[in-house]
Design a protein around this ligand. Structure first.
Ligand code: UFG
Length: 330
């Protein structure tokens, strides 16, 4: 079976769904602090005969995660469970180190004790910090500028040591900006901080106005540039990474992005095109900690994993819009 930690959250649930549709038996491990019980139910109902088990537990409780390895026959782990809000991590770093680092240590320790030697890990572009050049390749220095990025980089380093000492091989996938939804499940953060869902929510909430954070950056239209990667393409990389490890691949790390960037204004225009109407907008001050530009160089994932992202920003915004409307009807 494949263990999916954080499988009731946004990205974890999309990976769980893909594994279920491939007929793989999975165990979802989630505290439901940020993930949703409704998502677990949707995942269960997607099964066509494969096992979809759910364990409510917290990685910070060593016994919670250790018991998963004694109760189920786990072959490999895909590890999503983490806190991921940069601003919150600045206010409360302990929360991030305790959950993201200590929680992952408990997971790795349980894997070692159960002789499970393969893990795919959700890392982030935030491990690079302020870019020294763009597009960013995997050789770019990793100097995070916030505790969230530090917590993920610390886990990457721990994983190197767990490979050297205990033979646990890992693939670390460094996500850029993930957008889109399957439709049955989707992005469901409370509170929501991300660009595309915030633009779309402003359409659906009465009197809603979308806020652009910063229009004085040194970019082509003054707003920040990000590399938006579709959730389906992102999940495809996880499936390839699992196959890579199953085939004996060694520990490695890959950027997941498109090699292309869009400004906040460009994404906003794409949202207006998808929604089919003008969206009220106001220009606000910069959000602290936002770098002007983050674009991935994805050559390594293409060359080593054979990963080819296929979806456009229009696809991603379109599926996010379908999901937001569904969410607002609930
Ligand atoms: N933005 C707005 N208004 C909003 C929300 C966002 O203008 O209401 C802007 C931001 O200022 C930024 C861009 O839209 O310029 C993208 O912001 P997101 O919050 O969607 O994404 P981030 O680039 O800040 O963060 C993402 C992940 C983080 C990860 C980071 C890596 O969500 O987990 O990339 O750099 F750390």
């Amino acid at each position: 079976m494949i263990l999916v930690t954080g499988g009731a959250g946004y990205i974890g649930s999309h990976c769980a769904l893909r594994l279920i549709e491939e007929g793989r038996d999975i165990v979802i491990f989630d505290s439901l602090e940020l993930g949703h019980a409704e998502t677990v139910e949707t995942l269960r109902s997607a099964s066509r005969g494969s096992k979809v088990e759910f364990v409510k537990g917290d990685l910070k409780n060593r016994d919670d995660i250790a018991s998963v390895f004694s109760d189920y026959d786990i072959d490999a782990v895909v590890h999503f469970a983490a806190y991921s809000q940069v601003a919150e991590s600045m206010r409360d770093p302990e929360k991030y180190y305790y959950n993201n680092v200590y929680g992952t240590l408990n997971l790795l320790s349980a894997m070692r004790d159960a002789h499970v030697d393969r893990i795919v890990f959700s890392s982030t572009a935030a491990t690079y910090g302020e870019p020294e050049y763009c597009p960013i390749d995997e050789n770019h220095p990793q100097r995070p500028i916030n505790p969230y990025g530090n917590s993920k980089l610390t886990v990457e380093r721990i994983m190197d040591d767990y490979d050297s000492a205990y033979g646990i091989r890992s693939v670390r996938l460094r996500y850029f900006n993930v957008v889109g939804a399957d439709g049955r499940i989707g992005e469901w953060h409370v509170p929501e901080t991300h660009l595309v869902p915030n633009v779309l929510k402003s359409v659906l909430s009465p009197g809603g106005v979308f806020s652009i954070f910063g229009t004085d950056y040194d970019t082509r239209d003054g707003t920040c540039v990000r590399d938006y990667i579709d959730i389906h393409d992102l999940i495809e990389a996880h499936i390839l990474a699992l196959g890579y490890l199953e085939g004996g691949g060694r520990t490695d790390y890959f950027n997941l992005g498109t090699n292309d960037g869009s400004t906040v204004r460009e994404v906003f225009s794409e949202c207006e095109a998808v929604v089919g109407s003008k969206i009220p907008v106001k220009e606000c001050a910069r959000r602290p900690g936002d770098p002007a530009m983050l674009i991935a160089n994805n050559t390594k994932a293409r060359d080593v994993l054979g990963w080819v992202p296929k979806h456009t920003l229009n696809d991603s915004v379109g599926s996010a819009w379908d999901w937001e409307r569904k969410l607002s009807d609930q």
